[in-house]
Ligand binder design. Structure first.
Ligand SMILES: Cc1cc2nc3c(=O)[nH]c(=O)nc-3n(C[C@H](O)[C@H](O)[C@H](O)COP(=O)(O)OP(=O)(O)OC[C@H]3O[C@@H](n4cnc5c(N)ncnc54)[C@H](O)[C@@H]3O)c2cc1C
Length: 458
């Protein structure tokens, strides 16, 4: 007899919710967590960074107070210890909530330790071997540490340490001009640090359309962030109390000297110490666990959910993975990863909300398409709030009239995108959204209007 009906390794965004569904269905569950309950999102990812984004926004608006006719008197100061305390006050209850939820869950046993396969249906934890016919891996990912010469000789931060900083780094150098690096860059610039962002690609967030990348680079530069694109880091070294980052750009070398270094150049899955070889679970060359459209690995009775399967790198994709696995196992509902539409946000200010394809992807598809763009300067709600940076774009298939994708870079772009995303899920023609009456004054009210401006994508 197996010890449990199911074993779950990791308490990220899918593990705990899956545990609850399984015990409600009458199964016994063992769940393992080696570090912090709730995983990345709660402790070192979404939640802490979004509290920091909020503090940074408060500082930014306070500095702009005069624009709104408000007098502050004196310089705006940021108390970094108070910023961190606020962050902790939001994070701790979420983490404790996950821990208590699991520990009080009837039918679920919590093991606080590192789980590792010893056989296809057996996992060792805290010196014990536990067996189960169903094993779910929700082990997440961590910051990848690139092989930069000299990196082992200098102190550096990753997202994990960065969210616990309670002082102002005088000059923060960030390696990586993508989602994580840019959020931290703007946060710390608004707190008062000098910030340099170094990106190897020719532009920031290179998977976005070029004009989106350029608009983001523009507003970050306007805030005083030194953005270096097309810059390959070839070495780092200590220079007195500072850190020098050597860059190669168009064949020329130069250096940036700062006080602190943040690595934000990608993630790697936590699969290297999971005993996957003992179970025969296959990974790709980067260590991501290979799964099918319903998140089954190549080993019968083993599933992989969340960041570790390489099919998404977001809290909502991990949660959606939980829904897919639960639906297939418990509800006779054959949900699939391929049912979902790409969607995510970049939480700079203004944020970027994204759904489906970019314009570049639509062009590559080679079928007739329509496009509409709208500058945020034309949105009255944005003008009223004095936040008019950015633009919105919607792409439509000319023949089916279905929406192919959208980018909303601007005030509330992370929220506005959902009215488009939901119509995409409904597979309805864009005309349904065009005829909807939206509320005034909002940013979303301009989406139906924008659709009236659709024209052929050249
Ligand atoms: C700085 C930053 C900001 C982010 N912001 C956003 C955002 O705004 N929106 C968004 O959607 N996503 C964001 N993300 C991504 C998001 O945090 C992850 O996609 C999300 O947490 C999904 O994680 P997961 O469920 O795969 O596992 P994780 O949350 O990574 O959890 C995995 C858990 O497994 C545990 N574990 C690992 N191996 C073992 C083992 N062998 N034994 C026992 N336990 C183990 C770990 O300790 C961890 O607690 C951000 C990420 C970062 C780094």
């Amino acid at each position: 007899m197996p010890d449990y009906d199911a074993i779950i390794i990791g308490t990220g965004q899918s593990g705990p919710a899956l545990a609850q569904r399984l015990v409600k269905a009458g199964l016994t569950v063992a769940i393992m967590e080696r570090k912090l309950f709730g995983g990345t999102c709660v402790n070192t990812g979404c939640t802490p960074t979004k509290t920091l984004v909020a503090s940074a926004y408060a500082a930014h608006v306070a500095r702009r107070a005069a624009d709104y006719g408000v007098t502050i008197g004196g310089t705006v100061k940021v108390d970094m210890k108070a910023v961190k305390a606020r962050k902790d006050s939001v994070v701790a209850p979420s983490r404790d909530g996950v821990e208590h939820w699991l520990k009080e869950m009837k039918g679920c046993t919590v093991y606080e330790g590192h789980g590792r396969f010893v056989a296809p249906n057996k996992v060792a934890v805290n010196g014990r071997e536990l067996s189960a016919d169903r094993i779910f891996l929700n082990v997440g990912a961590r910051a990848s540490i690139p092989p930069i010469p000299g990196l082992d000789q200098v102190p550096y931060l990753t997202n994990t340490a960065m969210v616990d900083v309670d002082f102002l780094p005088p000059h923060l150098i960030i390696l990586g001009g993508s989602y994580i690096g840019l959020e931290f860059g703007q946060i710390y610039r608004r707190f008062g640090s000098e910030v340099t962002v170094i990106e190897a690609a020719p532009r920031l967030v290179a998977r976005e359309d070029e004009d989106v990348s350029h608009a983001i680079a523009d507003f970050l530069s306007q805030e005083g962030i030194d953005v270096r694109v097309n810059s390959k880091v070839v070495g780092v070294e200590k220079q007195g109390g500072s850190i020098a980052v050597k860059i190669e750009s168009d064949g020329k070398t130069s250096q940036v000297v700062g006080t602190h270094l943040l690595l934000a150049i990608g993630r790697r899955p936590n699969t290297d110490d999971l005993g996957l070889d003992k179970a025969g679970v296959a990974t790709d060359p980067r260590g991501y666990i290979q799964v099918d459209d319903q998140l089954r690995t190549n080993v019968s009775g083993v599933w992989a959910l969340g960041d570790c399967n390489g099919r998404g790198a977001f809290t909502h994709t991990s949660w959606n993975d939980f829904e897919i696995v639960a639906a297939n196992l418990l509800d006779k509902d054959e949900r699939r990863v391929s049912d979902r539409i790409t969607a995510y946000a970049l939480y700079t200010d203004p944020p970027l909300g994204r759904a489906g394809m970019t314009e570049a992807e639509v062009r590559k598809r080679g079928k007739p398409a329509l496009v509409a763009n709208l500058a945020m300067e034309r949105v009255s709600r944005a003008r009223e709030k004095g936040e008019t940076k950015g633009f919105m774009r919607i792409l439509v298939d000319r023949d089916s009239k279905q929406i192919l994708g959208a980018s909303c870079l601007g005030l509330s772009g992370d929220e506005v995108i959902h009215c488009i995303l939901d119509v995409m899920y409904a597979k309805a023609p864009y005309t349904v959204l065009q005829r909807a009456m939206h509320i005034h004054p909002t940013v979303s009210e301009l989406i139906p209007t924008m659709l009236g401006d659709l024209h052929p994508l050249q």
